[in-house]
Write a protein that binds this ligand. Structure first.
Ligand code: GLN
Length: 481
């Protein structure tokens, strides 16, 4: 069976716009590929086959009528199931949203449709995006596309596995502490978190609002650039949306890295699995060979990231998740009075990790503990922001690992939440700072599974970041051809 992604998003859109393939035939191929691999992968929570066919036919009709359906004409896209899709179930992999069908599309979904993309389904995730392995889904885990005994990473593991397995050329995820980049690294795809505010979050179910961003998964840097340019840009429906021109990330992919100043971050290469560290160092060497000025830099404040994040994110989550009360959405467990109904619904509806976060967050915010925990975490956040600002006075981009190891075994880290949290140690600092960062596949680890190298940039530094990512992709291609 040839996977649909035998064809990048760019190739598919070109072929559809040029009349060589119909959007309908591309969609059928994607649906077939999904049906063939789903039993072992479990990447999808919902396959919207009928809606996808209708959308594909509309693209073909537009073409026949002489209209251009847009830059993603006929390209199948999968959406993490915390993005609202009108009339299509949106569950966040939580029992508490079972049966809920949003009355509106997220802004990113509207933009995808306007660009001619075909939404083929909703992908699995850790419940409410809380996790690093997609094992916290109320519907059961997603499995790694290359080795089914391993996890795909998380929390956007379904989107990562769908692109990694070649079922769809593009997918969207959300990244609060690394949930696009970490699974992208583990599944061997490109994954990117935009600058805070660059992509509208209207219609993204909120986890931690000062950190959440939606980001693309793709099989190549160029495809990720194409998708980012479609979804980015100001949206009056999101009050945190930046009113700033969209960085033109696709135009400098071939520009190379001559003279670019690259900082190899000690904290993102030491204390991680040696096989991953080796690849990161090789990536730095490749950039140097291509003309970049590469130097090592210590950013010790980054070590505060994990602890600060696991106070700030749960604190915000405890507030955001208060809305699931048995009245407004999905599940309701009947009880004699409203307070008892709230408790019964939340007890039955939330899984163990979500409950843990709500309790941690509520505790961190409670009177008497606020200064010691939440307040202190915010001060640590400021230290990280300042340290990164200083680093970017010397460097255009920073380089490090995306994840501290390759894909780990299913069940390996579920018993100990702290071990699971450690999976995010390399990705969290960019979320706390609101900066963009992306993961590019760069060879394999000792176990034969993909390694991701992370490129970090200052706020709105996407264009250079993509330029470096593209250089790394070329170097990886030349090395492991
Ligand atoms: N794995 C991290 C967490 O569990 C990050 C999640 C995310 O980015 N959504 O919170």
């Amino acid at each position: 069976m040839t996977p649909i992604a035998a064809g990048s998003a760019l190739d598919v859109a070109r072929a559809v716009r040029g009349g060589e393939r119909t959007a309908r035939s591309v969609t059928e191929a994607a649906l077939e590929a999904i049906a063939a691999r789903e039993p072992e992968l479990h990447a999808f929570l919902h396959v919207a086959a009928d809606e996808a066919r209708v959308a594909a036919d509309a693209v073909d009709d537009a073409l026949r009528a002489g209209r251009d359906p847009g830059p993603l004409a006929g390209v199948p896209v999968a959406l993490k199931d915390n993005l609202c899709t009108r009339g299509i179930p949106t569950t966040c992999a939580s029992k508490i949203l079972e049966g809920w069908r949003p009355p509106y599309d997220a802004t990113v979904v509207v933009r995808l449709r306007e660009a001619g993309a075909i939404v083929v389904g909703k992908t699995n995730l850790d419940e409410f995006a809380m996790g690093s392995s997609t094992e916290n889904s109320c519907k059961g885990p997603t499995y790694h596309p290359i080795d089914p005994t391993r996890v795909p990473g998380g929390s956007s593991g379904g989107s990562a596995a769908a692109v990694g397995a070649g079922l769809v050329p593009l997918a969207l995820g959300s990244d609060t502490g690394g949930s696009v980049r970490q699974p992208a690294a583990l599944c061997g795809t490109v994954g990117m978190k935009p600058t805070y505010g660059l992509v509208s979050r209207y219609g993204l179910v909120a986890f931690a609002s000062s950190l959440d961003q939606i980001g693309p998964f793709a099989g190549s840097v160029a495809d990720a650039a194409l998708l980012l340019e479609v979804i980015a840009g100001h949206d009056p429906l999101d009050s945190t949306s930046l009113d700033h021109p969209v960085p033109q990330v696709g135009r400098s992919l071939d520009a190379g890295v001559e003279g670019m100043r690259v900082g190899l971050v000690d904290e993102l290469v030491n204390d991680i699995a040696p096989d991953v560290a080796r690849r990161v160092r090789e990536a730095a060497e490749e950039l140097a060979k291509a003309g970049a000025v590469v130097e090592e830099i210590a950013v010790p404040e980054m070590r505060l990231g994990l602890s600060a994040y696991y106070l700030i994110a749960p604190a915000e989550a405890s507030s955001n998740l208060a809305r699931y009360d048995g009245v407004r959405y999905g599940l309701r467990v009947e009880a004699p009075d409203v307070a008892a109904m709230n408790v019964a619904t939340r007890t039955a509806g939330f899984g163990p990790e979500v409950k843990r976060r709500i309790m941690l967050g509520t505790y961190a915010l409670s009177a008497g503990y606020y200064d010691a925990y939440y307040g202190k975490a915010q001060r640590a956040r400021t230290l990280i922001v300042r340290a990164l600002d200083r680093a970017y006075e010397r460097f255009d981009v920073l380089l490090g690992a995306t994840a501290p190891s390759t894909a780990f075994a299913v069940g390996e880290r579920t018993a100990d939440p702290l071990t699971m949290y450690m999976s995010d140690v390399c990705t969290i600092p960019s979320n706390l700072a609101g900066h963009p960062a992306m993961s590019v596949p760069f060879g394999i680890g000792d176990d034969g599974l993909p390694v991701g190298v992370q490129v970090l940039a200052p706020a709105l530094g996407e264009e250079r970041m993509f330029q470096v990512a593209a250089a790394l992709e070329r170097a990886a291609g030349a090395r492991w051809r």
